[in-house]
Design a protein around this ligand. Structure first.
Ligand SMILES: Cc1ncc(COP(=O)(O)O)c(C=O)c1O
Length: 456
């Protein structure tokens, strides 16, 4: 391959311009002249060429700094490890207040995980056996588990293959007289089409429980995700952009609902110490609270850095039909960028299946993942619940038959099987422009040498 010397500035400008030109002409750009890093850039690293990003090391995740460590040590030494030992000013209670300020909502109830936050909300809204909750199969099992542990029926709606978000039209099709709530998932930390979902919920008098487990600080039409429905649920599991190992939170502007959530996650015991309802023990502990509190200071800056880098990558990939960044709905103002995701279109890579592209990228030094291997409608829980007495008693045989039939979700299957490629972005999108450019160079090198993919 010929290598024309260009400066980094011209590389970046030209990649973008070339991509846009390609989109209008429907011919993909030849970008290889900008491969200034290698002297054999015409050979994919997977076939013995020199990797574009040989020693690339992304910023590590989860985030740790001295302040977090100090807070953790201070809490350990205090011997107050359980939130009820300092209910007003312990680390968990303080984090709840600080998170509420950050999210601009009336209150927060911390829990031991995102799954627990979701199940707490399901229980607090009185959803149980015989009820149905519509959600997406393109998610973590925690979403589905939060409905199943209350013995309600998780009803699957298909997704939009470009945004990977729940499809509001399919949600509406799946509503029955038993439907009590919609649980949209802001997948990858980007907003669902909340305008449509809220309109559907209003029309059919349904609750909306936002699964915002991936979507810390994301804003849609001026509102923080998690504050649009009845409640929003967050995860602070290690990979998330605010993390403490395992942790979660329910946020809401409905104080009565928040009180119920507190009681449910406190094994049914309210703030006054009376045991009034059914609930498991889902309390966050003080060490988790300390880790969360210790990192709040820099959270907004890290969020802004991720947004800046994501915007940069997306602008450079604009018009490139081989790899298309996640579609964002109108009104998306920012995202957590927990993951940076794209859809891979093999017809623009000489028909090479996604696996070959991923192998080629990994060899160039950029590890991408196909993310969720199976939509959750293809997992054995869908068969298992049909064998359980509680489901057989609470749902008519016809209903369960229909539930099974409705597990044909071709868009989700296509995203799982062919399209999705993603970068775990919590750490990587905190890197500098140099790393973003290496990412783009690797993509373009593989694209430019796509005829070699068949040999990998
Ligand atoms: C979309 C989504 N929902 C729910 C969960 C469950 O959260 P947790 O793992 O904290 O229980 C996760 C976690 O990965 C998630 O990504």
């Amino acid at each position: 391959m010929k290598s024309k010397k260009v400066t980094r500035r011209s590389f970046l400008t030209t990649v973008s311009a070339g991509a846009v030109a390609a989109s209008s002409a429907n011919i993909l750009p030849k970008i290889s002249p900008f491969m200034t890093h290698t002297n054999d850039s015409g050979k994919l690293a997977a076939l013995g060429g020199t990797p574009v990003a040989k020693n690339l090391s992304w910023p590590a995740w989860p985030y740790v700094d001295e302040k977090m460590v100090d807070k953790l040590v201070e809490t350990a030494k205090s011997r107050i490890w359980c939130r009820i030992d300092n209910p007003r000013n312990g680390t968990v209670a303080t984090f709840e207040r600080e998170y509420a300020k950050l999210m601009g909502c009336k209150g927060v109830v911390a829990t031991g995980s995102g799954t627990q936050a979701l199940n707490t909300t399901v229980e607090a809204l009185g959803i149980g056996p015989g009820d149905e909750v519509i959600t997406s199969p393109y998610t973590d099992m925690g979403t589905i588990a939060s409905i199943l542990v209350s013995r309600a029926l998780p009803v699957m709606a298909d997704i939009d293959p470009e945004s990977f978000q729940i499809d509001p039209d399919d949600v509406e099709r799946k509503i029955t007289p038993r439907t009590k709530a919609i649980m949209p998932i802001h997948i990858m930390g980007q907003p669902c089409n909340m305008e449509r979902i809220m309109a559907i919920a209003k029309k059919h008098d349904l609750h909306v429980i936002e699964d915002a487990c991936q979507a810390h600080l994301s804003v849609y039409k001026g509102q923080m995700l998690g504050t649009i429905g009845d409640a929003g649920c967050f995860s602070f599991q290690s990979s998330k952009t605010i993390a403490c190992g395992e942790g979660g939170a329910v946020i809401s502007n409905d104080e009565k609902l928040l009180d119920k959530c507190y009681t449910v996650q406190n094994h049914g015991t309210n703030r006054e110490g009376r045991s009034v309802t059914i609930g498991s023990k889902y309390r966050m502990n003080e060490l988790e609270g300390a880790l969360l509190l210790g990192q709040l200071d820099g959270v907004v800056e890290r969020f802004e850095t991720r947004n800046r880098n994501a915007k940069y990558l997306t602008s450079k990939l604009e018009g490139f039909k081989g790899l298309r960044p996640q579609k964002l709905y109108d009104g998306t103002e920012s995202g957590s960028w927990y993951l940076y995701t794209m859809s891979y279109h093999k017809e623009h890579f000489n028909g090479a299946p996604r696996e070959k592209f991923l192998k080629a990228m990994a060899a160039e030094g950029i590890s991408l993942s196909p993310y969720i291997g199976n939509g959750l409608h293809r997992e054995p829980w869908t068969e298992h619940i049909l064998t359980l007495d509680v489901y057989k008693k609470m749902y008519a045989a016809e209903r369960l038959k229909k539930f099974k039939k409705e597990l044909y979700l071709p868009n989700c299957d296509k995203v799982c099987d062919e399209l999705m490629v993603m970068l775990w972005a919590g750490g990587p999108l905190l890197a500098g422009q140099k790393e973003m450019d290496l990412f783009l160079e690797a993509v373009m090198k593989v694209y430019d040498n796509r005829d070699q993919l068949k040999n990998i």
